[in-house]
Write a protein that binds this ligand. Structure first.
Ligand code: COA
Length: 158
């Protein structure tokens, strides 16, 4: 499959990302809302990401102009690190387009940008029950698991 990686814009890209997220069926709040509500929120959040260069959302687009996957990264200026950390918060491909090297290419694009920005490291969270973890996707891409780290979350209000 011929795919090009580029930065996400609003409009069509936001709709495609919203629809991709809905197709995953992973998130209860998305399953419980209308397609319009998901599209509206994704467009709003993508707009916030694109307001300055602290965030980058990449899309993978096939030769028909369809968005087949996306990856979001947030460039965090930690005070304690020698350079920013790139936090990869989202990486999702359409089911029919997995296993074709596109996820790897999205991550390579992130790594290239991280080098340009002088990042100290990249970081991401991978749930143990996901196929990506079971199949060792990130390890194969050169990422190192940190068994010494524990991930905490404090629940929000939505
Ligand atoms: C995980 C994911 C981003 C990988 O991208 P991809 O383009 O499918 O992967 P690539 O073709 O670049 O690399 C191949 C490797 O990806 C993994 N992979 C391939 N298909 C996969 C699938 N359907 N689900 C999970 N991982 C898969 C395997 O580790 C594979 O290596 P292998 O062939 O030696 O087993 C993609 O499959 C996906 O979007 N899965 C569902 C969403 C997800 O899990 N996102 C990550 C959450 S942190």
């Amino acid at each position: 499959m011929d795919v090009r990686i580029r930065k996400a814009a609003g409009g069509h890209d936001a709709v495609a990302i919203a629809d991709l997220l809905r197709s995953l069926g992973w998130f209860a709040h998305i399953g419980n809302e209308s397609a319009d509500a998901t599209r509206y929120r994704v467009a709003r959040h993508l707009g916030l990401c694109n307001m300055d260069n602290s965030h980058t959302v990449y899309v993978a687009e096939d030769d028909a102009g369809e968005i087949v996957g996306y990856c979001a990264v947030h460039w965090l200026p930690y005070l304690m690190l020698a350079g920013p950390e790139g936090y990869v918060s989202e990486l999702f491909l359409r089911e029919s387009c997995r296993g074709l090297g596109i996820g790897g290419r999205l991550l390579e694009t992130v790594k290239t940008e991280a080098q340009k920005r002088g990042c100290a490291r990249l970081m991401l969270l991978n749930m143990r029950h996901r196929d990506s973890y079971k199949r060792g996707f990130y390890k194969k891409q050169g990422w190192q698991e940190r068994p010494e780290a524990i991930n905490f979350v404090y629940p929000g209000t939505v």
